[in-house]
Structure formats: C-alpha cells, structure tokens
Design a binder for this molecule. Sequence first.
Ligand SMILES: [Zn+2]
Length: 445
Amino acid sequence: MSGYADPSVKVMPVTAEDEVVQFCQELIRIDTSNPGDHSGPGERVAAEYVAEKLAEVGVESQLFEPHPKRTSLVARIAGEDPSREALLLHGHLDVVPARAEDWTRDPFGGEIADGCVWGRGAVDMKDMDAMILAVVRDRLRSGRRPPRDVVLAFLADEEAGGSWGARWLVEERPELFEGVGEAVGEVGGFSLTVPGDRRMYLIETAEKGIAWMNLTARGTAGHGSMVHPDNAVTALAAAVGRLGGHEFPPQLTKTVRMFLERVCLAYGIEFDPADPEAALAKIGPLARMIGATLRHTLNPTRLDAGYKTNVIPQDASAQVDGRFLPGYEDEFMATVDELLGPDIKREFVYHDQALETDYEGALVAAMEAALTSEDPGALPVPYCLSGGTDAKHFARLGIRCFGFAPLRLPADLDFSGMFHGVDERVPVDGLRFGARVLDAFLDRA
Ligand SMILES: [Zn+2]
C-alpha cells in the first residue's frame, strides 16, 4: 500500500552539512580529468549530476556544450531583492589528471579515511562545488531565498584555461551574467593557523597575470665541425639563461602589503617593507605560493632544437612561464625584452591579465562576518594568488572577483601542497564548516 507514511520511519531533516560531504564524494567519483585536450572524459556527467541536484529543489539549469562532453552549467536563483546586482557563485567541474599508482588511495574513489574525503578535486575544487550545491538546496528547501539574485556557474575546462568553459561562456553568452556585479569562486577562504590557536583566513582579492612565451632564435645552419659564429642554439641558450637567472626585486602590491602586515600582526613581529621575506618565513609551506606574489617570476620550461649532433640547426626555440604582478605588466614585459635582446623572437603561447580588487565593501564585510560567526577568533586577510582561475574571464565582464571557498583546516595540513598534488584530500570537518560559512555568507551577501 502506498499513500501513508510509515510511522516507524523517522524522516530526519536533511541539512547542508549532511549533503556537502556526500556530494563531494560523489563528484570526486565522476572522473572529470582534463588533460588539456579533448582526450579526457569531459564534464558532461558531472554537469548532469549537478543539474539533477538543482532540479530536485526546483532550480532549472542550462547546459552548454561547445565541444562534445565539455559541459558547463548555469542557473539563476531569484533573490528577495531583484533590483540589486546579482552575485555569481562559480566552481569548475574539471580536475587535473591523477596517476593512481602514486596515490595511497583511489584518486577517483571519494573515500573517507583519517577524517578526510580523498580524491582528485577534493580541494580543487569539488569541495566548493559540493558546498554551493548543498547550501543552495538547503536554503531553497527551507524557503530561505538569498537577499539578491544568485547566478550559479559550474564550469568545464578551468584547468586548461577555460576555453571550453568560463572563457567560452563570457565570450559567447555574456547575457547569462547580465546584472552580475560580484563573484565568488576559488582559491581562498582556507585557514592558516597562527599563534594563540587562531586562524587567518585567506581571501583572494588578486591574481598574478600569465605570460607563457615561445622564444625563437634564428641562425645559419651548417656543419658541426666548422667555425660557426651564428649558432641559433648558442644564442637561444644564452637568452634562456638570462631570463631564468634574472632575479626580480620584491614589489609590494597593495594586496600583498596588507597580507604581510596582518601576518606580522598575528605573529607579533614588526613589518619591515624592506624585508618582506622575514614575514613570509613565519607561514610555513604556504610561503612557496605567497613568496611568488612578492615579485614577477620567469621560469624556462621547454627547450627544442636540432636533429643531429653534427648539424647546426637553423632555429632553436624555448618556452618560458612568466607571471607578472597586478599593475606592473608593462614593466615586466620591458624587462623580458631587455633580457632577450633584439635577436630573439618572442610570441605569447598564452597570455592573461592580472587582477586586483580592493579589500573593502559590503561583500568583504559579509565574508568576514560569516567566518567570525563560525570561528570567533577568525582573522580574515586578503591575499594574491600566484596562479590564475576562471575569475580572469569573469573580470572581463566588469565583475569584481573574490576567491572564497571557506575551509577550516588543521594546523599541520600542507594545504597549498594539495592543489594538483598526490593524495589530495579535504577534512570532513572543514567541508561542514565551509557549508555553514557559505550559508552565513549568503544571508549577508
Ligand atoms: Zn581550481
């Protein structure tokens, strides 16, 4: 018989905290490895999964597939005050590939062990995807609309520059983001434990720019046994040496300066702008990433020349990964060209802007208040990401972008090492904390 509830079955209310862990596990089990071409499984299954979870609470999704299986999802939730600018919450569905033999656990198993959910994407960024889903469902089930319209975007291809995800949507379907003034995505909101058992929470307000360059030297081909002054390999190798060996001086952007000042405050040391490295030395493994935001960087990564030992080739080429600070791109490129000299040809393989927004305003206050509501001693702080995210694409639409995927982490976890790392995992407690903070943030956003 149907139609009557069985009184012996107690239906417990489902909360965001219950669902966030399950969703994170299930999303990890959907392999969305993105090798940078179309040889991976794509994001379609994950996008359909998200669409189904949203449909269950009455949210209609639009799926976009500019290339087979490279699927992104966009949905809009009406807020209480439709006259206000909308808020974009975005997360990418793809992950970088993982070699199972290197891992302690199955990278696509989504297992829970040692208090963590394990798997590729656990922190980058199926954790945040799960948080957004769980929180939105919980709010809609309990009739708690967000104060303003919220646009949700679950995106393909972030790990390869977003050509089939955020970049495509921004270029081809900008109307989807009409009225959006601010956005929240990765990489920020995670904690760093400081003295007094307090935690700094790093909110991303800036990103370095990307200048991947191809360098070519052209000389005269000839026999390897002869006197040969015009050797392309020699010219290229010298130029690569100059770039790779160049030491850029530290330059403090407003974001990095504020970050270091607050680190010093938390550690009770005096901030010395002439010696920013002293503050960095305090923050452990995270210094690897933050250290790269003190200055431009240039790292040669590929070399290609020649086909036989006794043949001098006509051309030699190399690739260099350059990253520049927000506000200093022209100066960076001028230095690159000076180091290269007139005879080396330079082209961009990939180029994208740097970002920086002020750490102020109502949305920042909402993030701070949400963190403090769940961790009363929280010390929120702006920081600059050394890499790039989909925020670079959304910023082109005039949207102010922040990285805020809240996670309270244990003091000893090397969090920055988890990104694209082996044994990527996220603490279960951290996920639950994140869902609570994201919910509290949406109350105030
Ligand atoms: Zn990511």
